[in-house]
Design a protein around this ligand. Structure first.
Ligand code: ADP
Ligand code: MG
Length: 227
């Protein structure tokens, strides 16, 4: 089964008195277990694509199927459930809540669910342990390094065991050594079956993925899986 399938996906924005075609008829298929890097110049549509795939934005043309569901037909409730259960999203700026501890941040996606809190806490601690933060559970973001904050954000994105992990420039705010650590973590998650789609502007970071997509002017200019 395809994790993601888009056909002729379009998204345009009205800017000044013209339209910017941020996505211009994008056809994309991502299989379960793929680890894909998306590259391309600033403004080429990478974030627009991620936001639509993450169900944070809606296309104004074409189709998007996520796990065989036609996303456009889903109700708001269904969409928020999909976002919560099926998709983990990691951003360049970690978006952690400053007054909460690492563990509390990781537990945030469960706030409105009826998950058993003790089980959830164990899972949060287990994730933070796997990400090398076992001794940082009760630290607040300002007591953590950039790399540690991003690992907390990754743990939060994985708390519901989503089949799809989307990351928009996840190492954009990190030094190169920390970036490599985050990529080793992504590779390990991918070896365990996690599907990952990641935007980066660094070739060395993209090299960790097993498929590379290059975008330009809202189009897929090159896809290493298509020969
Ligand atoms: P990238 O992530 O590759 O840098 P984006 O997807 O953010 O590119 O943007 C693609 C194009 O769409 C750019 O020209 C950008 O200015 C435009 N764009 C993106 N979001 C908006 C928005 N909310 N309003 C207006 N224009 C936007
Ligand atoms: Mg972007």
């Amino acid at each position: 089964m395809a994790m993601i399938e888009t056909t002729s996906l379009c998204r345009k924005f009205h800017v000044g008195d013209t339209w910017v075609h941020a996505l211009d008829h994008v056809d994309l298929r991502i299989a379960e277990g793929d680890f894909v890097a998306v590259m391309g110049p600033s403004g080429s549509g990478k974030s627009t694509l991620m936001n639509i795939l993450g169900c944070l934005d809606t296309p104004d043309g074409g189709h998007y199927q996520l796990l065989d569901l036609e996303v456009a037909t889903l109700s708001d409730d269904e969409l928020s459930r999909i976002r919560n259960q099926k998709i983990g999203f990691v951003f360049q700026s970690f978006h952690l809540l400053p007054r909460m501890t690492a563990r509390e941040n990781v537990l945030l996606p469960l706030r409105y669910s009826n998950a058993d809190l003790a089980v959830a806490r164990d899972r949060a601690d287990d994730l933070l342990d796997r990400l090398g933060l076992a001794d940082r559970l009760d630290h607040r973001p300002n007591q953590l390094s950039g790399g540690q904050r991003q690992r907390v954000a990754i743990a939060r994105s994985l708390i519901n065991a989503p089949p799809l992990l989307l990351a928009d420039e996840p190492t954009g705010n990190l030094d190169s050594r920390t970036s490599v650590e985050i990529m080793e973590l992504f590779s390990e998650l991918n070896r365990q079956g996690q599907t990952i789609l990641m935007v980066t502007h660094e070739e060395e970071i993209a090299a960790h993925a097993n498929r590379l997509i290059r975008m330009r002017d809202g189009k897929i200019e090159h896809d290493s899986s298509v020969h």
